[in-house]
Design a protein around this ligand. Structure first.
Ligand code: PDD
Length: 283
């Protein structure tokens, strides 16, 4: 593990930020998670674009250019001396200041990069698929803290995952304030019905996953019809396949959601095709 705080490298045991950082005091911060393939950060421009968009939505600016941040990531990855690929978490917070909400109290944002070993999901999950719990906590209302902000405020997600752990599920599928299926606590959700790849639309109030975008492109390139579509819990009875996507998990087949068995209860063939296309599509 290596941690870079405002350009200075630390080990896991001495990486510390101030309790007066508004990221800690008020949860004012945004983040990104990316990973390397063959030691190179994957889809870096897309992650930077989202980081800047998240930051802008809370009136925060990333003080580094993409190039400068990439150089810092490379330095931190090198310092972590890993065997394989890296998990890279970038956190950008308001910075240190008086205990007042005024952003002017914080002259400079804090930029943290945490690098640790990337771990693939268990092989068993990829082969047999996983179960999701249907979270009772609702995803943020887009009119409050917009879910498009990849915010460090992860209480909803943490509560949804607590339920998933209690239920022995791999992930938690969350609904939005209208009761529509939205996304998981740490990943986006896809379904297949009548051969069409379906995923909830952005205005369902979800984080616009970089992997979600990549998978939609892969599917379109292979000639599959894709549709961003509102789906309800009842639709779980008629979808034939389901899978989740995220940076660290790529594509994971889903075979159970709450009390619903998806399709035959086994990873489906469209899911498998996309998993293969994903593997072929990464550097
Ligand atoms: N999670 N939705 C939520 C709520 C997420 O936190 C994430 C990512 C995604 C998938 O986005 P992407 O494909 O860009 O990784 C969807 C990261 C990996 C995390 O918190 O660890």
């Amino acid at each position: 593990v290596a941690v870079n705080i405002d350009g200075v490298l630390y080990g896991q045991d001495n990486a510390r930020v101030s309790v007066f950082d508004h990221g800690f005091l008020f949860g004012e911060g945004v983040y990104e998670v990316l990973r390397t393939y063959d030691r190179r950060p994957f889809l870096f421009p897309e992650h930077m674009k989202r980081l800047r968009a998240s930051a802008a939505r809370i009136a925060l600016a990333c003080p580094l250019t993409d190039e400068a941040l990439l150089a810092r990531i490379r330095e931190t990855v090198a310092a972590a001396v890993l065997e394989g690929d890296a998990y890279v978490r970038i956190l950008l917070t308001r910075g240190e200041g008086e205990i007042v909400y005024d952003p002017k109290a914080c002259p400079s944002p804090t930029v943290v990069i945490i690098v640790k070993a990337h771990a693939d999901p268990p092989a068993e999950a990829m082969v047999n698929g996983v179960g999701l719990s249907l979270a009772s906590v609702v995803r943020n209302h887009p009119g409050s803290v917009d879910p498009a902000i990849k915010s460090n405020n992860l209480l909803n997600n943490a509560l949804a995952m607590q339920q998933a752990y209690r239920e022995g599920a791999f992930e938690a599928l969350m609904k939005n304030h209208r009761g529509e299926l939205c996304e998981c606590a740490q990943s986006n959700i896809f379904f297949v019905r009548d051969g069409v790849l379906l995923t909830p639309p952005v205005d369902a109030g979800l984080l616009v996953g970089v992997t979600r975008g990549f998978v939609l492109e892969l599917a379109a390139a292979s000639g599959r019809r894709t549709e961003e579509r509102v789906l309800l819990e009842d639709d779980l009875a008629s979808v034939r396949e389901a899978f989740l996507t995220s940076t660290t998990r790529e594509i994971v087949p889903v075979v159970r959601i709450g009390t619903y068995t998806i399709g035959e209860g086994r990873p489906g063939c469209v899911t498998r095709q996309l998993m293969d296309a994903f593997t072929a599509g990464v550097p």
